[in-house]
Write a protein that binds this ligand. Structure first.
Ligand SMILES: [Fe+2]
Ligand SMILES: [Fe+2]
Length: 239
């Protein structure tokens, strides 16, 4: 079909169309539901759950942009909800502290990826997200934790989850900070890229998708179909 026909026949409102779309991963709804419930149980539910929804959406958009396969897309979605599951083992006096952590608290906080991996490693259906759980705090230049991995040795799904996680952390209010505007968040990610902390290809992907990220739709968007997400990425806009 010629490109112009495609445009002409495309629905006028992509967002509404996407929300009407069926969930493509029907067979995985049960486990998705369970992981969300689990997350709700381990911390202050609403905030964490909506963070998971936004992250699932942003990571999936990046996944479509990078042409990931269906299995990886599913892992990204689950990883969005479970990447920080290890925080269940961190005292809330540290987790919810207002203000910076001291050295001792910081060392405890840095254990959460390994704790999370331990919690999930015996569940075969979660094997695809173990690299996300373990490596979502590594840095491109090797200065991250827990393993000090560098560059391409950091699993791609962990790098994608991390960059979406940072964008969401920057653009939302947290106990220790107010929300930055999307433009400022992008600027910070670009600076971190120049400092060598982030995968340059992913910084570019966020720049490319910025018009979409900037106007993120409501929190129930994690149920978007893969087809609808692909359409959003292709057209670089929700509406
Ligand atoms: Fe984390
Ligand atoms: Fe997170």
């Amino acid at each position: 079909m010629p490109k112009d026909d495609l445009q002409e026949n495309a629905p006028p409102n992509l967002l509404a169309n996407a929300l009407r779309g069926e969930v493509e991963w029907e067979e995985d709804r049960l486990i998705d539901g369970l992981t969300r419930k689990l997350i709700q149980m381990v911390a202050d539910g609403d905030e964490l759950e909506s963070h998971g929804h936004r992250l699932a959406l942003m990571a999936s958009l990046l996944g479509v942009e990078l042409g990931l396969n269906r299995a990886d897309m599913l892992s990204l979605r689950r990883g969005a909800y479970l990447h920080d599951i290890g925080k269940i083992g961190i005292p809330s006096s540290i987790l919810l502290k207002r203000g910076p952590l001291d050295d001792r608290e910081w060392r405890i906080m840095q254990k959460h990826p390994a704790i999370g991996e331990r919690i999930c490693r015996d569940l075969p259906s979660l094997s695809g997200i173990l690299p996300i759980i373990r490596s979502h705090h590594e840095r491109w230049d090797g200065t991250g934790y827990p393993d000090g991995l560098r560059g391409e040795t950091i699993p791609l799904l962990a790098r994608i989850t991390q960059i979406a996680d940072i964008y969401d952390a920057l653009t939302t209010q947290r106990p220790y900070k107010s929300a930055f505007l999307p433009e400022k968040a992008l600027e910070i990610i670009q600076e971190e890229g120049q400092r060598g902390w982030r995968d340059p290809r992913l910084v570019m992907a966020i720049e490319d998708l910025f018009p979409v990220f900037k106007t993120l739709p409501p929190d129930n968007a994690s149920s978007f179909s893969l087809q609808a997400l692909s359409e959003v990425v292709r057209r670089r806009k929700w509406f």
